[in-house]
Design a binder for this molecule. Sequence first.
Ligand SMILES: [Zn+2]
Length: 245
Amino acid sequence: MYHHINCDRFSNSQEMFEQHLRYAIERFAVVVPGEKLSKEKDSLCLTFDDAYYDFYHYVFPLLKKYQIKALLAVPTALICDSTDLDPDQRMSLGHKEIYQSKNYQNYASFCTWKELREMSDSGLVVMASHSHTHKDLTLPGIDLEKEIVNSKEILEARMDTKIESFILPFGRYNHDVFTRLQKHYRYIFKVGQGVNQDFSGIRGLIYRIDGDNLQDERSIFSFGSMLGYRIKSIAKTVHDGILDS
Ligand SMILES: [Zn+2]
């Protein structure tokens, strides 16, 4: 799970990210939800949250360069209709500033629909719903129909393709949220720092590993880290809840 490139938080530098990507694609088979997993090596699904413009600017060219696919989590209400701003202006805000006083509307901090459609049409970016307004879905007063069902309809109409994945905002869910999600999506993702046997996840939830703020290109794939993710996954399988994060 990654968020930004070259931002102040939840981010990696462009150089670090490309080194990390090269390290990852040598060792793993890169897949998106529903694709067959490799028999020879472990499979890796790259997921990016929130569809910031920096994804289009930095990551999409890398996906083309290395011919690999990624899953992009789109909060449909935050997507930009169109913009005349240049890339530097669009990436000039820090992570927190993007959300302050809805700055993202003035700076076009998120991708535009046109950019999303271009990436989807390339076949290299698979879109996932990341809710409509990117709120914690367990909060009182949340319109789950809008967040779960309408966000999917909007994305399907805009991308002209079927949307099968949902990435939980902040990883937050409860029984009602999860039951609704299962009705509308085949793949449901959260954070969780665990590995999965396949795309059915653990009790229907696919766990992800935090890939932001990498110390070096291989840190999250070290023996110690991988052991930690495996232990966590076993614990989640045996007894859901005790190690949740
Ligand atoms: Zn998010």
